[in-house]
Design a protein around this ligand. Structure first.
Ligand code: SF4
Ligand code: ZN
Length: 298
């Protein structure tokens, strides 16, 4: 196969686009797809200040580099969860990477807020990954809001989005379906949230990271008992192999036809309250994160 752009020998095959690229042209393709996702969904502009959640994994570091190469104003935010070995490994990776690429890095330590994840795991009898995710999302939003960033970006790619859409559809979870997409508008103390990798698959992101030399291997989190959505991703990969381009079609049709209907229904939902502990939006009196903190302090 020849490279679609320069006609040299292709090195990266992309069946969903019925095409392939040589390595330098793939990098151009990748950056254009990031830029297209940002513009198409009006995520942000070069004037906006972007806070990017960076875990230390390849995807978020790959996105950080892409945003920097595209000339966006990006600051990295890392959350140190105080998990033995893995949090130190992730934090030192992010610190070294940001220093090497001249990116400003902010770090939040959840232990300073009384929420070290090992303590949470010992005291809260719920799946730790769902609690940990709730704490991370709370702090991503809260930090972006308090520091006045225009948008909060995350490294979710097309596969993440499609797997989540599939799971939400299987449950017909209307509230989640109404809120899913590459952009969530700001509302009250919720900042604008965006997903610049929404047009790129896990494979394409991995190729970008490989070509850019982003090959960090982090110490795995000792609490990860197998990522959620793995089964759905396998199923969707099988469908994609039979019908190349299916994932993108499923996602785009949802954004065009499904999401507006779910959003219209969601307008009838009761408004959120301000948490009596932290002031951030919640459907109850006290938000989930403040409830966890209260339980640990009891
Ligand atoms: Fe948190 Fe679970 Fe990820 Fe560990 S694997 S960092 S507990 S979400
Ligand atoms: Zn709260």
């Amino acid at each position: 196969m020849k490279c679609r752009r320069c006609k040299a020998q292709a090195q990266v095959a992309l069946p969903s686009h019925h095409t392939g690229f040589c390595a330098p042209c793939f990098e151009t393709y990748f950056l254009r797809q990031v830029e297209r996702g940002i513009h198409e969904h009006r995520q942000f502009t070069r004037e906006d200040s972007v806070l990017l959640a960076v875990s230390g994994g390849k995807d978020s570091l790959g996105l950080l580099l892409a945003l920097k190469e595209l000339g966006f104003k990006v600051t990295a935010l890392h959350i140190d969860l105080a998990i033995p070995v893995s949090s130190e490994s992730a934090r030192s990776t992010v610190e070294a990477y940001c220093a090497a690429h001249g990116v400003e890095l902010r770090v939040i330590e959840t232990a300073r807020d009384g929420l070290a994840i090992p303590d949470v795991k010992a005291r809260v009898k719920r799946p730790i990954c769902s609690v940990c995710g709730k704490i991370k999302r709370h702090w991503f939003n809260r930090y972006a809001y308090e520091q006045g960033f225009d948008v909060l970006a995350t490294g979710h790619n097309l596969d993440d989005e499609v797997a989540r859409l599939f799971a939400n559809t299987l449950r017909w979870d209307q509230a989640y379906l109404a809120g899913q997409g590459p952009v969530n508008e700001a509302s009250g103390r919720f900042v604008r949230k965006v997903k610049p990798l929404c047009r790129l698959t896990e494979y394409e992101t991995a190729v970008w990271c490989f070509l850019k030399g982003i090959e960090h291997v982090l110490a795995p989190c000792p609490y990860s008992g197998g990522a959620s959505f793995t089964g759905h991703k396998r199923l969707l990969a099988d469908l994609e192999e039979r019908s190349p381009g299916m994932k993108m079609q499923f996602y785009e049709h949802f954004l065009r036809s499904g999401r507006p209907a779910f959003k219209a229904q969601a307008q009838d939902a009761p408004p959120l309250n301000a948490c009596t502990g932290c002031g951030y939006p919640t459907s109850q009196d006290v938000c989930g994160v403040c409830r966890i903190r209260e339980r640990l302090e009891a």
